[in-house]
Design a protein around this ligand. Structure first.
Ligand SMILES: [Fe+2]
Ligand SMILES: [Fe+2]
Length: 196
């Protein structure tokens, strides 16, 4: 059965957005007095690095965008540069947050503040980015591909998904996303109990 690459990307976006929503919930808890949750932040950064970037953005950049480059529609190709640029901006924020983690975990308040700023900025960047990809870039790019190009994207996705290492990453980081969401809810609930 033919797979739908656009649907696969949209589904991965849903997992990424669960984690960004969890971070925003945790950040609210910190804002209202919860201690800086270094282990939680380290999980969020790990997820962003390994799933959102190394797995998902790699899939977009290597298995989808090269085929959009061949379509004749200027409109469909027009956003390729922007998509790549926003991936770079997202990478920079995650890398910087990762670098600051040891200091933040040791209690450096400035490093903690900077990590919160970087992750908040990451979340707004990536949710706009995903909105643009879901609503326009991927559906338009795919719709304007020839049947031959579409078949090549499908094949590239199938090969990527058949790879054992990719399967493990997918499974492990979806489980981590659930753990991150559960932990953010706990932080939120703890805060409610303390403020009642
Ligand atoms: Fe993207
Ligand atoms: Fe994406």
């Amino acid at each position: 059965m033919a797979i739908n690459p656009v649907q696969i990307l949209i589904d991965e976006h849903r997992v990424i957005l669960q984690v960004t929503a969890a971070w925003e919930m945790a950040d609210q808890a910190i804002e209202h007095g919860a201690a800086f949750p270094a282990a939680f932040v380290s999980r969020v950064v790990d997820f962003i690095h390994a799933f959102a970037d190394a797995y998902h953005h790699h899939r977009e950049e290597e298995l989808f965008i090269p085929y959009v480059e061949h379509v004749s529609s200027d409109r469909a190709r027009g956003n390729i540069g922007l998509v790549r640029q926003e991936h770079q901006m997202a990478r920079y924020r995650a890398r910087r947050a990762d670098e600051l983690l040891p200091a933040a975990a040791a209690g450096d308040v400035e490093a903690q503040k900077e990590i919160r700023r970087l992750l908040n900025s990451y979340c707004s960047l990536i949710s706009c980015h995903i909105g643009m990809e879901d609503m326009a870039f991927f559906p338009n790019g795919y719709a304007t591909m020839s049947p031959q190009l579409r078949a090549r994207v499908q094949q590239a996705f199938q090969e990527f998904d058949a790879n054992k290492e990719n399967q493990e990453t997918n499974k492990r980081y979806r489980a981590l996303a659930e753990r991150i969401v559960a932990q953010a809810r706990e932080m939120h609930n703890d805060l409610k109990h303390h403020t009642v």
